[in-house]
Ligand binder design. Structure first.
Ligand code: DAH
Length: 338
């Protein structure tokens, strides 16, 4: 029996507890009711009484040893288990900072412009970016082979199909599908075959506007656009109209605003003129109304078109157009919360 106890002692020492399941296996083998230690306690009854003292002490020692080994293993695995769990649910840890995205500056400006015209009763409209010759040119009074077509370097897909060079094509689509009164604001991307530089890109964004009804006059055009720039840039801004040429408007004009930086005194942003060019506009040419099935004897209208990049550049003092398209987060995150 003494030998048996020595053997058991050795087994207890050599039992390796490397996984959680082995903790329980150890307990079952040595410490449970039907475990090997209990067997020896059962046999202890048969030990002659003069040996009971010595043997009992050894037996208790071995039991304590096993008990200790088991408790240590248990607490070791408990600890690592709770460490694992608490990692995912430790409510005292500070929350991970969440990255808040920001709207692109061109979207911010586009939305602002749309909101201002909405207040004047203009509705939102869109058209396709791949456009036919009719909607991009012919219906807008660009005769075939007319030099005015060269004003806009076009990406052609086929002889009759191109990437639209301006959002004025959407005007035509609206006029074809609706009867006056028409009051619409039409943003979108346009494409031109231009060398990429700080001031030009092969695609950019415009917002087109039209108002067609009986007796719409140039005075309506001026007042509408004046209201618009005051809403966008502030009440102090002043405007001037310069005569210009577009095939689809007669008369045509370009509108300038007083320089936002120097307030008209002259600085390098306005090239010392005190003025910044911001859009093209005019009274819709009767030929254009006619081409889309609107009677020019009964109706008149005005139209305007502006570049969103240009307005955003003025508003945010961005010097290089390419920064809008580089997707550099250092640039984009500056518009957070707007
Ligand atoms: N489509 C012209 C351009 O891309 C801008 C423009 C000028 C639009 C005058 C208009 C307008 O509607 O009346 O340069």
């Amino acid at each position: 029996m003494k030998e048996q106890l020595e053997k058991l002692k050795l087994q207890i020492d050599q039992f390796e507890i490397k996984q959680n399941e082995q903790v329980e296996a150890f307990r079952l083998k040595f410490l449970a009711k039907k475990g090997e230690l209990n067997d020896l306690f059962e046999q202890f009854k048969t030990v002659p009484s003069e040996m009971k003292k010595e043997f009992g002490a050894s037996l208790n020692q071995v039991k304590q040893k096993a008990q200790q080994k088991w408790e240590e293993a248990q607490s070791q695995f408990e600890h690592s288990k709770s460490k694992k769990n608490s990692g995912s649910i430790d409510l005292t840890l500070p929350a991970e900072a969440s990255f808040v995205g920001s709207r692109h500056p061109l979207s911010i400006v586009e939305n602002e412009v749309i909101e201002i015209f909405k207040k004047l009763g203009f509705v939102y409209s869109e058209g396709p970016e791949i456009e036919d010759d009719w909607h991009n040119f012919s219906a807008l009074n660009f005769p075939k082979n007319h030099p005015a077509r060269d004003m806009q370097d076009t990406f052609f897909i086929s002889e009759d199909i191109a990437l639209r060079t301006h959002t004025s094509s959407v005007q035509v689509r609206l006029m074809e599908n609706q009867k006056p009164p028409i009051r619409a604001i039409m943003p979108g991307r346009v494409y031109r075959n231009e060398a990429i530089s700080a001031r030009a890109n092969c695609f950019f964004h415009q917002i087109e506007g039209i108002y067609i009804d009986e007796k719409v006059s140039f005075a309506d055009l001026k007042q509408t656009l004046y209201y618009f720039v005051q809403e966008l840039f502030g009440q102090d801004v002043t405007v001037r109209f310069r005569p210009s040429y577009f095939p689809f408007t007669e008369p045509s004009a370009e509108m300038d605003i007083s320089c936002l930086l120097c307030k008209g005194k002259g600085c390098n942003v306005c090239k010392y003129t005190g003025w910044l060019e911001i859009l093209g506009c005019g009274m819709i040419d009767p030929n254009v109304l006619k081409a889309s099935g609107i009677d020019p004897e009964k109706y008149s209208g005005f139209a305007f078109g502006m570049g969103i990049e240009r307005i955003a550049m003025l508003k945010y003092e961005v010097k290089d157009l390419r920064t809008y398209f580089n997707n550099d987060v250092r640039f984009l995150t500056q518009f957070e919360g707007q």
